[in-house]
Write a protein that binds this ligand. Structure first.
Ligand code: M6R
Length: 592
C-alpha cells in the first residue's frame, strides 16, 4: 500500500532513495517518484509504471541534493498516472509530500482549498497535505505539519521536505507504518526496514500520533501536540542478504526454499522457552483469532491444533469482518491477531477495537516493532526474515510453526509434540526435492481457466491457501473447498477441463478423500493429488501424483503446502507474469 522513504545526510540522496524504493516496490508498483532538495529549489521527478521507468528518467541528471523523499504507489484515490504519482507539492512548489494511507476527509479539505483559490493538480487525497502545510507555514516546518495534521482524518504516514528548510524532513505516523533509521551523519525515514537496511540496523518505529523531525545531525520525536517524546532505538536482527534475491529468479522462489530455515528458526524460538506468554492460555474461555489472507489460512490450521492439544475453543474470523461484526466478547476471551507484516489495517484495527473493550490481545507477527506487535498486550514471533515476494510463502510456514508450538506448549504432551515437530525442517527440504516434477505438471495445466483445490481437516486450509497462491500470482481463477462440501454444489463445475488439486496425505480423513477423488474422476476432472511418498493407491487414482515425505497427521500441512506454492510459482512464471509483484496487489495492506 505505497512505500515511502526519506534521506538526509552526507551523501547524494538520489541513489539511496532509488535503492530504497526498489526494496519497497513490493508495497506498490503502479508509479514512483522522488523529490530532492537541489540547492534552494525542489527537484521533482515522477513516472507512471514501475520504478525502472523512474530510474530511466533520471539517467544522466547531475543531481547533487543530499536531502530527499521518494515514493512507490499502490493507487487508492486517482488512477496510476504521472499526475497522480507522488511526491505532491503545494502551488508554489516549496513543499513536497509523499504519503501512504488514506486521508478520509480529503474531499472536504479539497473543497475548502479550492474556495480559497488554490488549484489542485491531481485526483489524489495526498495533494491536500502539501497545500495545508504551505498554508500553515510560518517559518517552521514542524509547526506547519502539526497544524496540518489537526485537519486530517484517516490512516496515514507521510514525509515532507521544503525548499525553505534544506536538510530537514518531517515524518508523521497515524495508522500507516513509518520507521526512523539512525545513521552516522545521516538519518532516514521509511515505511519498512528493508528500504534502509544497507545503511543502518538502528531503527525507531514510530507509534500512531508521533512526528519525527529528521536532520543529518539527529532525530527528534514529538506527539501531535508538539511535546517531545523519548524513544528507544531497536537493532534489527536481519541482514541485507536476506532481503536480496541471492541468485534465485524471483524472491518468491527464494522464499519457498527458505522454508526449512524459517520453520526451524521459529521452532527454536519456542522450544527453549520457560514460558511463551506471560499468561496461561488455558485460563481463557476462548481464543479468537483475527487475520487476513494467508495469515487467516494459518489461523484455521492453528485452530485445529489448539483445540486438539489445548482443548480450548478457537474461533477464526477474517479481520475485515470482525471489527464491524457483533462477536460477543468477555474478559475471559483472548484475541490473537496474526499478521506477517504486523501492519495490516484490518487486523490492526480489529485488535484496537478489542482492546477498547478491555479484552487482552496477542500479536503473532514476523516484524518485531511493527504496529500490531507494539500495540498488543503480548507478542509472539515468527522468525522467517524479511519476505519480499507479495505472495506469502515462508511466513505461512513460520506461522504454522509458531501456532503448532503454541498448541504444543500448553498441551499435556508438550515434550512429545515438540519432539515430533523437530524433524519438520528436514521433511520440508525433502518435499522441495520434488520441484522438477511439479514444474513439469505445472506446464501441462498452465492454460487451464479454472482450478479447484480440495482438502479436508488440517488440509482444507492448505487447499484454500493453494487456491489463493494460484489466483494472486497467475490470475487463474481457483477455488479452495472442503472436499466433503463439493457434493453440495461445486461438483457441478467439474468436467474434463478442470484440474482438481486434491491434498490427500494419510490422515484420519484419507479414506474420505479417496472417495471424493473418485467423485472427481467420475466427472472426468483431472486429479492432481498431493500425498505421501509411495502411496500407490492415491497414485493409481490420480492423473498426476505429487509425493511429499510422510509425517504424522498433525504435521501434514507443513509438507503438503509446498507443492501448492510451487504449482502457483511455476504456472505464473511460465505464463511470463510478474511473480513477485502481481497486478493490483501490495505486500502490506494498510487500508481497510
Ligand atoms: O501481513 P499480513 O499477514 O497481515 O497480510 C495478510 C494478507 O494481506 C496476505 O496474507 C495476502 O493475502 C498475501 N498476498 C497472500 O499471499
Amino acid at each position: 500500500m505505497c512505500g515511502i522513504i526519506g534521506y538526509t545526510g552526507k551523501d547524494i540522496a538520489v541513489p539511496i532513495l532509488l535503492g530504497g524504493l526498489e526494496r519497497l516496490e513490493y508495497r506498490g508498483y503502479d508509479s514512483a517518484g522522488v523529490a530532492l532538495l537541489e540547492g534552494d529549489k525542489l527537484f521533482i521527478k515522477k513516472r507512471a509504471g514501475k520504478i525502472r521507468e523512474l530510474v530511466r528518467s533520471l539517467w544522466g541528471k547531475p543531481l547533487k541534493g543530499k536531502t530527499g523523499i521518494g515514493h512507490v504507489r499502490w493507487a487508492t484515490h486517482g488512477e496510476p498516472t504521472e499526475d497522480n504519482a507522488h511526491p505532491h507539492t503545494d502551488s508554489k512548489g516549496e513543499f513536497a509530500v509523499v504519503h501512504n494511507g488514506i486521508i478520509e476527509n480529503y474531499l472536504e479539505i479539497r473543497k475548502e482549498l479550492e474556495e480559497e483559490g488554490i488549484k489542485l493538480s491531481s485526483d489524489t487525497d495526498t495533494e491536500v497535505i502539501a497545500h495545508l502545510i504551505s498554508k500553515f507555514y510560518k517559518g517552521d516546518l514542524l509547526e506547519a505539519v502539526l497544524e496540518a495534521v489537526k485537519r486530517l482524518s484517516g490512516a496515514f504516514a507521510f514525509a515532507v521536505i521544503s525548499s525553505k528548510e534544506p536538510g530537514r524532513i518531517v515524518g508523521v505516523k497515524e495508522g500507516s507504518p513509518l520507521i526512523v533509521g539512525i545513521g552516522e551523519g545521516e538519518n532516514f525515514l521509511a515505511s519498512d526496514i528493508p528500504a534502509i537496511l544497507p545503511y543502518t540496523k538502528k531503527i525507531i518505529p514510530l507509534n500512531d500520533g508521533e512526528v519525527a523531525d529528521v536532520s543529518p545531525e539527529g532525530v527528534n520525536i514529538y506527539d501531535f501536540s508538539g511535546n517531545p517524546i523519548t524513544k528507544e532505538i531497536m537493532i534489527v536482527p536481519w541482514d541485507l542478504i536476506s532481503a536480496e534475491k541471492g541468485g534465485f529468479k524471483h524472491f518468491m522462489l527464494k522464499e519457498i526454499y527458505e522454508q526449512p530455515k524459517a520453520v526451524g528458526d521459529t521452532l527454536k524460538g519456542f522450544v527453549s522457552k520457560e514460558s511463551v506468554l506471560p499468561i496461561d492460555l488455558r485460563e481463557f474461555r476462548r481464543l479468537i483469532i483475527v487475520a487476513c489472507g494467508t495469515s487467516y489460512h494459518a489461523a484455521l490450521i492453528g485452530k485445529v491444533w489448539i483445540e486438539r492439544f489445548v482443548n480450548i475453543p478457537v474461533e477464526v474470523i477474517y479481520a475485515s469482518e470482525f471489527k464491524y461484526g457483533h462477536t460477543p466478547l468477555s474478559p475471559d476471551d483472548i484475541v490473537m491477531g496474526i499478521s506477517q507484516s504486523g501492519e495490516t489495517a484490518d487486523t490492526k484495527f480489529s485488535l484496537q477495537s478489542v482492546k477498547e473493550k478491555g479484552v487482552k490481545t496477542i500479536a503473532l507477527v514476523n516484524v518485531v516493532g511493527s504496529s500490531i506487535d507494539r500495540e498488543s498486550d503480548f507478542s509472539i514471533y515468527t522468525h522467517a526474515g524479511p519476505e519480499i515476494g507479495v505472495a506469502a510463502t515462508k511466513t505461512f510456514s513460520a506461522q504454522l510453526a509458531a501456532l503448532y508450538s503454541l498448541a504444543a506448549f500448553y498441551s499435556m504432551e508438550r515434550e512429545a509434540l515438540f519432539k515430533k515437530v523437530s524433524s519438520v525442517p528436514m521433511k520440508i527440504e525433502k518435499a522441495l526435492e520434488g520441484a522438477e516434477h511439479i514444474e513439469v505438471i505445472s506446464e501441462k495445466y498452465m492454460k487451464a481457466k479454472d482450478f479447484l483445490y480440495l482438502g479436508r481437516y488440517l488440509n482444507y486450509p492448505v487447499a484454500l491457501e493453494g487456491a489463493l497462491k494460484l489466483k494472486e500470482i497467475s490470475y487463474i481463477h481457483a477455488e479452495g473447498y472442503p472436499a466433503g462440501e463439493m457434493k453440495h454444489g461445486p461438483i457441478a463445475l467439474i468436467d474434463e477441463n478442470m484440474p482438481v488439486v486434491c491434498v490427500a496425505p494419510k490422515d484420519r480423513v484419507y479414506e474420505k478423500m479417496l472417495s471424493n477423488i473418485e467423485e472427481v474422476r467420475a466427472r472426468k476432472g483431472k486429479v492432481i493429488s498431493i500425498g505421501f511418498e509411495g502411496d500407490g493407491t492415491l497414485k493409481e487414482l490420480s492423473t498426476e501424483f505429487i509425493e511429499v515425505p510422510s509425517v504424522e497427521e498433525e504435521l501434514t500441512p507443513f509438507t503438503t503446502t509446498l507443492p501448492t506454492q510451487l504449482i502457483a510459482y511455476f504456472i505464473a512464471s511460465k505464463l511470463g507474469l510478474d511473480v513477485d509483484q502481481p497486478r493490483n496487489l501490495a505486500k502490506t495492506v494498510t487500508v481497510e
